[in-house]
Design a protein around this ligand. Sequence first.
Ligand SMILES: [Zn+2]
Length: 118
Amino acid sequence: MRGPLVIRLNYVVRAPFRRRTALSRRAVFARDGYKCQYCGKPADSIDHVMPRSRGGEHTWENVAAACRRCNLHKRDRTPNEAGMILAKTPHTPRDMAWITTAVGRVPEAWKQYLLIAS
Ligand SMILES: [Zn+2]
């Protein structure tokens, strides 16, 4: 079924609360641009920066998209111990990130209406 890509509303719809983006595999990939945060290749796994076996939590600040190869190489070490460098420090995505999570990828036509940093 075809539908419009953009709908203009005549009044502002206020969200009743600010939702925090739920931590999921898909959401982590979206936040990290579907790229391994160690080598830049397509990511297909989630790495816990501080390994869970060593008390690392399953939180936005401790997860990063990674490729299987880097994940296997890193094992239960920190990036520093493994001699690996994260592309960026993991953070909780801003509110708008849930849109990316919901639709997978944001169409070009939407970007002028959204405050999404690329
Ligand atoms: Zn990698």
